[in-house]
Design a protein around this ligand. Structure first.
Ligand code: NAP
Length: 325
């Protein structure tokens, strides 16, 4: 099969497109012919050797895919050849095939396309776990979402509205404001020329945001601690800005707030049944048209480095996909 391989850690242009062996199938594995692969910020960290998981070289990036089952191991119970599925494979998705444990494979209902499903699991999985399990977001609360036009951010805007919150999105450029409004944000702040703290206080009558979803870190986190409501929950999702912020504990005391870590990948491993239940619910909503995964750019497999560069340059909104078939 063809694959895009990381043979030495580095940047997207160091990746190599070449022929390699198809993945072998263990007793609990499902082998999938990949139709499309979702591109994620952690793909960049993986090839730079800065991610928390460090696969052995050579490896293919690509954490999540959608496609058709072509082989199953003898112990696999849920799937058979021909099934339409999405897979959270961890890596290996920038390729024509991938094999993964059946716990990481999810059946697609009719009405959910491979293009919708390829970028679905990590963004929606993270957001559902964050807003429901970790923040206990309530209808009527104010949800502030940073990086609101990005992969995980846009799903937080969409799901927040679905859960009945008032949603404030933040973005780094005017060009990204429209998509955030289209996905339901009540207000959008451009943090390149507006103060997050001042605008949130103004929009909430000084009360602040009840739940803050932060995949950006750095200044966005610092300002969040200044505009979080009493008993607010600040969800630590990631650090796309490149700076892991440090918090002065007195602010948590003064605000009576919680700073809550979110690690969807670890949750999915620790509680696979709950994770599958989340996906069953959300894929049902997707089939009904209540969730509309947004894909702004697609690239063929051999141009996968360009897909990663689109994230680095902050040009993409929602998801970027690598299309394999
Ligand atoms: N905790 C978890 O379980 C979990 C799960 C998935 C992802 N994550 C993390 O969440 C973060 C976002 O992932 P994603 O896949 O949604 O990425 P993405 O699609 O690239 O979105 C990231 C957003 O961050 C903003 N940003 C601010 N400064 C940036 C910079 N210097 N470089 C790039 N983007 C910058 C960009 O919006 P503007 O241009 O509008 O500022 C961009 O839309 C990553 O840190 C990722 O590791 C965590």
């Amino acid at each position: 099969m063809k694959a895009v391989l990381c043979k030495a850690h580095g940047e997207p242009d160091d990746l190599v497109y070449e022929e390699t062996a198809s993945p072998s199938v263990g007793p609990r594995d499902v082998r999938v012919a990949i139709h499309a692969c979702g591109v994620n910020f952690p793909d960049i960290l993986l090839i730079q050797n800065k991610y928390q998981f460090k696969p052995d070289l050579p490896f293919s990036p690509g954490l999540e895919v959608a496609g058709e089952v072509i082989e199953v191991g003898p112990e696999v119970k849920r799937f058979k050849a021909g099934d339409r599925v999405m897979v959270t494979c961890g890596h290996g998705g920038f390729a024509e095939e991938v094999a993964a444990d059946e716990d990481s494979v999810f059946a697609l209902p009719d009405g959910v396309t491979y293009k919708q499903a390829a970028g679905f699991p990590i963004t929606y999985g993270t957001t559902y776990h964050a807003l429901v399990d970790r923040a206990n977001l309530q209808s009527g609360e104010v949800l502030l979402v940073h990086g609101a036009a990005g992969g995980v951010g846009l799903t937080a805007v969409e799901m927040g509205k679905l859960m009945g919150a008032t949603v404030i999105g933040t973005v780094g450029s005017d060009a990204k404001m429209d998509i955030v409004r289209e996905y339901g944000a009540d207000h959008v702040i451009n943090y390149s020329n507006e103060s997050i703290r001042d605008r949130v206080k103004e929009l909430t009558g000084d009360k602040g945001a009840d739940v803050i979803y932060d995949p950006v870190g750095g200044d966005a986190f610092d300002q969040s601690m200044r505009c979080i409501a009493w008993e607010g929950r600040l969800l630590v999702i990631g650090f796309a800005s490149g700076r892991i912020p440090e918090m002065r504990a007195n602010l948590a005391l003064l605000k009576g707030c919680s700073v809550v870590g979110v690690f969807w990948g670890s949750f999915a491993k620790r509680d696979p049944d709950q994770n599958r239940a989340h996906f069953d619910k959300m894929l049902g909503w997707c089939a009904e048209g209540k969730l509309k995964p947004h894909v702004s750019m697609t690239f063929p497999l051999e141009q996968a480095p360009e897909a990663l560069k689109a994230l680095i340059s902050r040009k993409a909104t929602g998801k970027v996909l690598v299309e394999v078939r």
